[in-house]
Design a protein around this ligand. Sequence first.
Ligand code: GTP
Ligand code: MG
Length: 525
Amino acid sequence: MTTATEQHPAGPLSAAVANLCTRLQPQVSARTAAGFREVLRRLSAPLQVAVAGRIKSGKSTLVNALIGRRVAPTDVGECTRLVTRFQYGTVDRVEIVFEDGRKQVLPFSADGMIPNDLEVDFDKVSHLEAYLTNAVLRDLTVIDTPGLGSLDDASVKRTEKLLGAAKHRRSESEDGDEDEGGDELDDTSRNAVAGAEAVLYVVTQGVRADDQQALAAFTAATASREAGPVNAIAVLNKADTIAPESVAGSGGDVWKAASMLAEKQAATLKPRVADVIPVIGLLAESAESGNFTSADADALRSLSKLDEGTWETMLMSADIFTTWDCEVTEATRNRLLEKLDLYGIRTAVDALRRDPELTAGALRRSLLNASGLAGVRGRLDAVFRARADGIKAAAALASVTALAHASGDPGERQRVHDAIEVLLAKPEAHQLRLLEALTLVTSGAVAMPEDLAEEVLRVGSSADIGEQLGMKGRPPRELSAYALERAGWWRSFASFGATPAQSRVAHVVHRAYFLIWQQLREQAG
Ligand SMILES: Nc1nc2c(ncn2[C@@H]2O[C@H](COP(=O)(O)OP(=O)(O)OP(=O)(O)O)[C@@H](O)[C@H]2O)c(=O)[nH]1
Ligand SMILES: [Mg+2]
């Protein structure tokens, strides 16, 4: 597995693209070559995942939960309006990076967090870089972003710029606007390589149509690429705040309601994201970051001894919970609310009533269980970590294309284009072409009938042949016959039934089936 310190490419596809960059470097302009160097550097760095979503959806809370440390400021303050990159380092350190490239060390606040406010000219700040020793960051760089859809235009602009959401162009782009001044070019080049490679999209109850748009705008987060099911997953955060009675069929159970809502949202957001996973970021953060203490456990233990009637009354609202006459001080109850909210408090007290001997550690673990964080981690592993090679390689290729395009030199563009074609023609690189086709289809750039789009998605977003064919567990002979049949179908669709854009996709899908068939044949010996 790749680590920040070892700096290996994530796998064979990334290595192939790195190779291409190295070979092309002497054949391109100095500026493009500089861009290629940046692409090379990124190829050997951990996968960059941006955590994005609406304002106050709980992004920073979730970042803390994932890193396992309360370090990103939540709630209010200047820093929630900045992009912060959390990456692996051998000593904990935070730097302010200014627009002009200058850096300044930012001391952690007394509680070990990034301070809420910077004592510098906020308008000159580009973003924050946090280097942390936490092991999770060894193969994942996590980028916390300010909320999209916030009223603060300046923050949104800053975010978009940093993530490369600002105008980007691909060689096939039809807008045809050309670059003019030299400065503009530099910005374009920077945008071409900037940006995250994958997105963790945070939504809360009620995804609206414009959330779809926010996600689309998150082309952004993904280095000149559209976000799609290959590189984007969503979480339904604040699952604890869902009123189960508002979800028919939930049987009054919060977690059931959250799962059902998440499924509905997955249908809304499809095919932009691979999945929508319910989670309670706040519980996850408190349980994972050491923020849940034995004093908290003791307070909950006292509460668990209250009689049922009093307890149910107190849980009716946060207000009643803190003001009701009871032995646990109001300050302590406020603290519990901040760390666990009512649902978490109820969950903890229920656990203590079932087993009064529960230790603080066991209680913490049961809260972690209740948070659903394991589900998010599982999907991160399955979607991002396992595919890091393909995701990084595809993002790098998009950057290379954008860089060549931005050079404004047709000869250079052609050379880069040709080199990419040669690379993509190799069977071992076909996965990249498939990812590309998948992205074109899921982003709507190439329109496809729904059943075909579905099929492209299936073939393109798994590495498991059974899953790719939608025939998991079937005997190899059946798989093989089906792969061959679909290969033939897509070839004739490419030739006879399709628009030119569809035809390009169809060729890729045809070849994917063909390679699957070949692989099955080899396996059969
Ligand atoms: N009840 C509940 N509250 C949560 C949850 N996750 C976050 N919060 C609270 O929501 C508020 C906003 O959380 P943040 O993590 O700062 O949200 P954000 O998306 O980073 O906000 P901006 O960066 O300002 O856009 C905080 O008060 C959190 O404690 C959750 O799962 N449940
Ligand atoms: Mg935040």
